[in-house]
Design a protein around this ligand. Structure first.
Ligand code: AMP
Length: 422
């Protein structure tokens, strides 16, 4: 009768186990890079998102008026909320401030595989530093998170918006033209870009060269195209240093320069990057980030900021597409009382084991032995404890290993040592 709303999904216990596994793994990588977790509300005052992106963003987000007449929006991303929180509460913290988060985001997107209206992001912001080593570490963190969860093939592409705007200026492109051209570059629609450049008065030769430079990973080719602009050359050498640090110090060789990376969101500036999982095809972008400017717009004191967001759902899709085997769900113990008189003792054993951190389930349906074993098997129980009157007289139970089928009689106190987690 009822179905999930378009673009949203339910997650079954089996799916949630995968998601929590990935989330725990990602959390430990964030922590290992010295980041602290932050959480912000699911909805925010709408100005938080319109102040930089303008009213046009209203077409892409879920917004509503609450009963008090407040204009609110479900967050489409977490950078603006985290920066709002930083300005409200964290400006005096020692720098650099490293914050990470997990949170559901909401966008009025056209749903397809890897694109949802409710999706989860894992991300971070680093505030108060813009050295090349800080940027390299940020990229290394994004890459390590994706590698540590088990992805085999991911690639970093690094762009730079300062270089792009310098080229725009040289090609005499007006601000309005740039707004029209950037989405074409972002989506790698180079044929359309060529036509649009021509419409904007750019010569055929300049347009062709520009499009080549957008796609090449050859630093020398880019350098010769921007050679007459010292600021652009400086930005290019920053990218080279970052790639060098990634390679030589972080031991990450899968990064390239690619100026066609310009990012969709409006607040980025300078270095930007994306990480792709080629296995996903069209929706292959797993991560996007870079340096941006929101703090002063939101009324804070000027400070450098960078960050990234990883699409949590796409990471799982990419793992599945690469054939990743998630650890199977398991239950440490299933307890079967042989008859109803054994129920209190079974509960007592369950309680003691649970107190020791062992996962325990027991037959709540008063089923016979055969059906209980079937259920224990379906729940991937490692061991089964059978509580029977004869054994219990001697304060013992039967302990069965579900993998080997071996059974032994053990005393109740022995159970704990037998089941002790490694
Ligand atoms: P963005 O905030 O647009 O830079 O997105 C960061 C990451 O979130 C992207 O690289 C995607 O992996 C993921 N993402 C963005 N939009 C969606 C969506 N509608 N559904 C699923 N994942 C998304």
């Amino acid at each position: 009768m009822f179905q999930v709303p378009r673009g949203t999904r339910d997650f079954t216990p089996e799916e949630m186990e995968k998601r929590r596994y990935i989330e725990r793994n990602m959390t430990s990588t964030f922590l290992s890079f010295g980041y602290g977790e932050i959480q912000t509300p699911t909805f925010e005052n709408i100005e938080l998102f319109t102040s930089k992106s303008g009213e046009a963003i209203l077409n892409e987000i879920y917004n509503f008026t609450d009963k008090g007449g407040r204009e609110l929006a479900l967050r489409p991303e977490l950078t603006a909320p985290v920066i709002r929180c930083y300005i409200e509460r964290l400006q005096m913290e020692p720098k650099p401030l490293k914050l990470f988060y997990f949170g559901n985001c909401y966008r009025y997107d056209r749903p397809q595989k890897g694109r949802y209206r409710e999706f989860r992001q894992a991300g971070c912001e680093i505030i108060g530093v813009d050295t090349t080593e800080a940027i390299a570490e940020l990229l290394a963190l994004a890459f390590s998170i994706l590698k540590n969860v088990g992805l085999k093939n991911v690639r970093i592409n690094i762009g730079n918006l300062t270089i792009i705007s310098m080229i725009f200026k040289r090609l005499n492109l007006l601000k309005d033209d740039q707004k029209r051209l950037l989405p074409l570059i972002d989506k790698s629609q180079f044929d359309d870009l060529k036509v649009s450049l021509r419409d904007c008065g750019v010569s055929e030769k300049d347009a062709e060269q520009f499009i080549c430079v957008l796609q090449t990973s050859e630093v020398n080719e880019i350098r010769s195209f921007i050679a007459d602009d010292p600021d652009a050359i400086k930005e290019l050498s920053i990218i080279e240093t970052v790639i060098g640090l990634l390679k030589n110090a972080f031991h990450i060789t899968e990064s390239d320069i690619k100026l066609s990376i310009v990012r969709g969101l409006d607040y980025y500036k300078g270095l930007v990057f994306e990480i792709d999982a080629p296995v996903l095809g069209a929706e292959k972008q797993l991560c996007g980030g870079g340096s941006y400017d929101l703090v002063t717009l939101f009324g804070g004191s000027e400070v450098p900021t960078s960050g990234f967001a990883i699409g949590f759902d796409r990471t799982i899709l990419a793992l599945e597409a690469e054939g990743f085997v998630f650890p199977p769900s398991k239950l440490d113990v299933f307890i079967i009382p042989v008859n109803q008189d054994m129920i209190p003792m079974s509960i007592d054993i369950a309680r003691q084991l649970r107190d020791k951190g062992i996962s325990v389930d027991f037959d709540l349906l008063r089923r016979g032995m055969g059906k209980s074993f079937k259920y224990a098997d379906a729940k991937h129980a490692e061991k089964v404890i059978i509580v029977g009157p004869k054994e219990l007289e001697k304060n013992t139970v039967t302990l069965r290993d579900m993998k080997t089928g071996n059974q032994e009689i053990v005393t109740v106190s022995e159970i704990f040592t037998k089941l002790k987690k490694p």
